[in-house]
Design a binder for this molecule. Sequence first.
Ligand code: NAD
Length: 296
Amino acid sequence: MLVLDGKIASAAVKASLLQQTQALQAAGKRTPHLAAILVGNNGASETYVASKVKNCDETGFGSSLIRFNDDITEADLLAKIQELNDDKTVDGILVQLPLPKHIDDEKIIEAIHPDKDVDGFHPTNIGRMVQGYDTFIPATPYGVLLMLEYFKIETKGKHVVVIGRSNIVGRPMSILLSGDRPQGNAHVTLCHRFTPKEETIKMAQQADILVVAVGIPNFVTADMIKPGAVIIDVGITRVEDATAKKGFRIKGDVHYEEAITKASAITPVPGGVGLMTIAGLLMNTMKAYEGKFYHN
Ligand code: NAD
């Protein structure tokens, strides 16, 4: 059984990016710069953003963390995004979700210029991705693709079952894996909350590769896994645990101890897809810096 270790795969991505930033520095050029906006003080969001900033430092990227109280108006947030869009020293902009209820996520995502949309959520980039054009890919599915590439997991002709259809994970994952691309060309089945449970179980049991992004700890149990399957567990849920130092533990969507008795490979939680999401974000930021997809 192979553990698809996100530490190892993301370290390889980061080492290659560091080489590129060192070459830029040696040539006297500026390096990629990521601007992260954090609204409010949601604990999980704080952790994610801090980790993104730390990873920028480790990779030789510049970063700015822009914080606002959760009573910021939508207009003020939009104005900040416009300022960052116009700032030639900022390559990538991310707004950490979720946002407070009085702010419309859709408006915020659409306000980020597509050529700085390193989270890959802008409709223009989603449209390009669906059409198979080279573009920013949402960071988590991109991280999964990088993971599959690093561990040389064949997807062509395989039956991939994706459970969960969110705009940031499940749906783009299903589109990418079914596309005509490296780490693609799979036969993909997408299950979601309205798929009858027995059908989700039946599909999962036939999956050569099972990608789970539902946000329900231990949703996938051993009986749902085909012997030898590759399991990609995207789920991250904080489960209260008085014995843990922080008062909670991070749980994936797959019952890990059960899954390892059936699977040929599995991503751990934590230490799997979460780390690859950051690798995906850094790759997108480098591509934004290089002006890979858009020309100003
Ligand atoms: P979401 O709540 O937006 O979507 C959950 C999806 O699961 C929905 O599409 C829903 O239809 C589906 N679902 C719910 N119950 C189901 C059921 N009984 N059967 C089949 N499908 C069902 O969540 P999301 O943003 O896609 O995140 C999913 C999980 O992944 C969460 O735990 C989240 O924290 C985690 N996540 C991890 C990363 C990472 O970097 N590892 C990134 C993003 C999200």
